[in-house]
Design a protein around this ligand. Structure first.
Ligand code: NAG
Length: 129
């Protein structure tokens, strides 16, 4: 091959690899934590749907877990090989139970928004309230 053919081939392989990586990196759940300042919120993506209090961290069905202190947000990553997933949301030290939603199809990035105080909070899809 001529040197410039090798060059073109190398560039096309690199571009294909970049395209492949961005296709397989999965979807993102963005969480906006707009609770009272300095209130900690945590969320987990799970393979199953539950109810009541979630046992944070100790879980065979855990896909991803993350948390933040208000007003910083955070993200969960859902790998592309998950067809569906569920979400559980909590607030550190709250008297309120964790809140469960799902299942979601893993076809697009989504966003959820926390609003309220430590003991009186809600969470809903971004822009829906
Ligand atoms: C947690 O959220 C932060 C902020 O969005 C992000 O940079 C980080 O990758 C997330 N960690 C995990 C384990 O998902």
């Amino acid at each position: 091959m001529k040197p410039n053919h090798v060059f073109v081939l190398t560039i096309s392989i690199i571009i294909s690899l970049i395209a492949f990586i961005s296709l397989t990196e999965g979807k993102i759940v963005t969480i906006e934590n707009k609770l009272d300042k300095n209130t900690a919120a945590m969320a987990a993506a799970l393979t199953y749907m539950g109810s009541g209090r979630y046992n944070w961290g100790e879980d065979d069905g855990l896909i991803d877990y993350n948390w933040s202190v208000s007003h910083h947000g955070f993200e969960l990553s859902i790998p592309d090989d998950m067809i569906t997933f569920n979400l559980v949301f909590g607030v550190a030290g709250s008297i309120k139970e964790d809140k469960w939603f799902g299942p979601f199809d893993n076809t697009q990035d989504i966003c959820w928004h926390y609003h309220g105080h430590q003991n009186n909070w809600k969470v809903y899809p971004c822009g829906s309230q």
